[in-house]
Ligand binder design. Structure first.
Ligand SMILES: Cc1cc2nc3c(=O)[nH]c(=O)nc-3n(C[C@H](O)[C@H](O)[C@H](O)COP(=O)(O)O)c2cc1C
Ligand code: SF4
Ligand code: SF4
Length: 258
C-alpha cells in the first residue's frame, strides 16, 4: 500500500495528477493522502514526488534516478526501430545470460494493462529439448495435415519454426490475465530492441508459439503450469551474416484523420 510521509509532503499535488486511478488526493491540510481506492502499484506517484515522501509497504517504490536523455537519443532510437530486422540463422555462440536477463529486466519497464506485468519467461537453451520439440511439431503437422510447408522447408535445411542455433525466449501468462497477448507482445518488442542494440539478432516465433500451445508434450517438457499459455516467443543469437546494407521496402502507414 502507498504510504505518504506527511512531514515530508509539500502539497505540490504532482502525485495526485499522475495517479491513473485517483487513489491519491490533497486533504484539507494541503497534504497528499491515500483514499484507499484500488492501487495498481505503478509507483508513478513516488517516481514524481520531489520530496521523496512516498513509499510502498512491501517493496521499494522507486528504483534508480532517471537521467537526462542524451541529445542524439531520438536519432539512435529511430535507427534502432528502422534497422531492426528478423534474423533466423545464428552462430554456434552462446548469448551471455546477463544480456538476456538485462533485456528481460528492461522489458518489465514496458507498458502493461493495469500494471499487471503477467509475463513469466522460459529461456530454452538445450539443444536436445529444442530437437525434441521440433520433432513433435513436424509429427503434428504430418498427422494433422497443417503447415505442410514446414516439413518441406525442414527437409531442405531451413527451419522457419526455430531457426538455426537459436536460444529461445518464451513468454507465458495465465490465461485469465487482463491482457496477456498484448502485454507479452510489448514486453518482447522492448526486449527485442534491446537485444538488437547489443548486436544480438532476433526473430519472432509465430509458428513456435502456436505449436507449443497445441502439443501437450511441448507444454510438459517446458513445464508450463496449468492455466498458463504461451503468448510469444523470440528466437535469438549472434547473426551469421553482416548487417543488411539497405532497409527493406515497406508499405506506408494507412492513416485516416477524422
Ligand atoms: C507475431 C509475429 C510472428 C512471427 N512469426 C514468425 C515465425 O514463426 N517464423 C519466422 O521466420 N518469422 C516470423 N516472424 C517474422 C516476420 O516474418 C518478419 O517480422 C517480417 O517478415 C518482416 O521482416 P523484419 O522483421 O525483418 O522487418 C514473425 C513476426 C511477428 C511480428
Ligand atoms: S508529489 Fe510528493 S510532495 Fe507533492 S503532493 Fe505528492 S507526496 Fe506531496
Ligand atoms: S522477399 Fe526475398 S527474402 Fe523475403 S521471402 Fe521473398 S525471396 Fe525471400
Amino acid at each position: 500500500m502507498i504510504f505518504i510521509d506527511s512531514s515530508k509532503c509539500t502539497g505540490c499535488g504532482q502525485c495526485t495528477r499522475v495517479c491513473p486511478f485517483t487513489v491519491l488526493r490533497l486533504n484539507q491540510e494541503g497534504k497528499a493522502e491515500n483514499t484507499g481506492k484500488k492501487c495498481i502499484a505503478c509507483m508513478h506517484c513516488a517516481a514524481i514526488c520531489p520530496a521523496e515522501a512516498i513509499t510502498y509497504d512491501s517493496r521499494p517504490a522507486v528504483a534508480e534516478k532517471t537521467q537526462p536523455l542524451p541529445e542524439d537519443c531520438s536519432t539512435t532510437v529511430k535507427q534502432l526501430i528502422y534497422q531492426r530486422r528478423s534474423y533466423r540463422r545464428f552462430l554456434k555462440k552462446k548469448v551471455p545470460g546477463d544480456i538476456l536477463r538485462a533485456a528481460l529486466d528492461a522489458a518489465e519497464n514496458a507498458p502493461s494493462a493495469k500494471n499487471e506485468h503477467p509475463v513469466r519467461w522460459i529461456i530454452l537453451e538445450s539443444e536436445e529439448i529444442r530437437q525434441c520439440i521440433m520433432d513433435w511439431i513436424l509429427e503434428y503437422c504430418r498427422e494433422n495435415q497443417v503447415s505442410m510447408e514446414l516439413i518441406s522447408e525442414y527437409a531442405n535445411g531451413n527451419n522457419p519454426v526455430m531457426g538455426e542455433n537459436a536460444v529461445i525466449i518464451i513468454g507465458i501468462c495465465r490465461r485469465n490475465s487482463i491482457n496477456p497477448a498484448q502485454d507479452t507482445a510489448i514486453a518482447l518488442t522492448s526486449a527485442e530492441l534491446l537485444l538488437q542494440a547489443e548486436g544480438i539478432g532476433t526473430c519472432w516465433g509465430g509458428y513456435l508459439t502456436r505449436f507449443l500451445n497445441l502439443i501437450p508434450e511441448c507444454r510438459m517438457v517446458l513445464e508450463i503450469p496449468e492455466g498458463y499459455e504461451v503468448y510469444g516467443t523470440l528466437l535469438a543469437g549472434y547473426p551469421d551474416r553482416q548487417n543488411y546494407r539497405y532497409l527493406p521496402a515497406r508499405k506506408k502507414a494507412e492513416i485516416k484523420i477524422i
